[in-house]
Design a protein around this ligand. Structure first.
Ligand SMILES: [Zn+2]
Length: 324
């Protein structure tokens, strides 16, 4: 019976809405770009990290790989071909364009290189995709705004949204109200990493700013009133269990997926960083069925939730919904 569920999970069509390109580069593309074989310990964390610093350290090498147009293109192409292998039908892949910008490479070229790579792979697999551009909390806000304006040009043409990522503990959400009110004026939808480490206020602030989705949102645990606000606003919650357990955003016994589902929240299941966390959607689905008693029907509900809160166009949504 157990094997049969595993087999069925493997065969299921899947959606991943929260997946970082740099944390999800295949070992092969890192090898191809760097010209040397990287050890797994350079790219992956152990089951439980010592701390967030250990987790973040595993992004050093991947970031080095995406400082050229060729590197960005290769990383994006190999990424999409890789996720096709576990029957992903739609993926929103995110990355921070400004982390690849330097004297020799401007933001527009960075974005186009990633879109080119994904388009190259698209002909060889049947994965629908969109890109989310992340603003980083530690970057200058005027640079992030300029990045968003460039990304606006690609909206509906490979790019679907923007995001806010990076060190949540050191930069309170209220400092980014202006930036996201500009995103709103530009007509770009957005998701925001919030409530990954602690404060439920960050989640509420992100929702008040107009975020359509929340990355992680673990801090909503035990806060029924805040949960109600998210339910009423049809806010999508992007849970990434393996990553959340590794970074100690939640402990294994207290992981709130069941609480969130019972509260009627629009929970989705995602990978965050496929390589750094050594996971994929198959692994996340197995984890929640084994550890948290999520049923097969609930897995389908998580997929339908993902369709509803995805930033895909209506046509793609309609096609995806027919899968579940
Ligand atoms: Zn993330």
């Amino acid at each position: 019976m157990k094997e049969r569920l595993t087999d069925r999970i493997k065969a299921m069509p899947k959606i991943d809405l929260h997946c970082h390109l740099d944390g999800s580069m295949t070992l092969e593309s890192v090898e191809r770009i760097l010209g040397r074989r990287a050890g797994a310990e350079e790219l992956q964390v152990r089951e439980r990290c010592r701390d967030l610093a250990e987790y973040l350290d595993r992004f050093r090498l991947p970031l080095q790989c995406i400082q050229t147009e060729a590197g960005l293109r290769t990383a994006a192409r190999e990424f999409l071909l890789d996720v096709a292998g576990e029957n992903i039908r739609y993926i929103e892949v995110r990355f921070a364009p400004l982390s690849s910008v330097h004297e020799g490479l401007d933001c527009r070229k960075v974005v186009e290189a990633v879109l080119d790579g994904l388009r190259e792979a698209e002909d060889r697999c049947r994965v629908a995709w969109n890109v989310i551009a992340c603003a980083m909390r530690h970057h200058k806000k005027e640079d992030s705004l300029a990045m968003m304006k460039i990304c606006r040009e690609y909206l509906g043409n490979g790019l679907c949204a923007v995001d806010l990522a990076g060190d949540e503990a050191s930069f309170p959400m209220k400092d980014f109200r202006d930036l996201f009110s500009e995103a709103g004026k530009l007509g770009i939808p957005f998701t925001i990493h919030a409530g990954e480490c602690g404060r439920v206020e960050n989640v509420l602030e992100a929702v008040a700013c107009g975020a359509a989705r929340i990355g992680h949102g673990i801090a909503l645990k035990g806060h029924p009133r805040a949960q109600r606000i998210c339910v009423d606003g049809r806010i999508g919650l992007e849970l990434c269990p393996t990553s959340n357990l590794q970074t100690r955003a939640a402990d294994k016994d207290g992981y709130p997926i069941r609480e969130f589902l019972d509260a009627g929240l629009l929970v989705t299941l995602n990978t965050d960083n496929r390589t750094v966390s050594n996971t994929n959607m198959t692994g996340e689905m197995e984890l929640v069925t084994q550890e948290y008693g999520i049923t097969e029907e609930e897995l389908l509900q998580l997929c339908r939730n993902a369709v509803e809160v995805s930033f895909a166009g209506d046509q793609v949504k309609h096609r995806l919904l027919s899968l579940f």
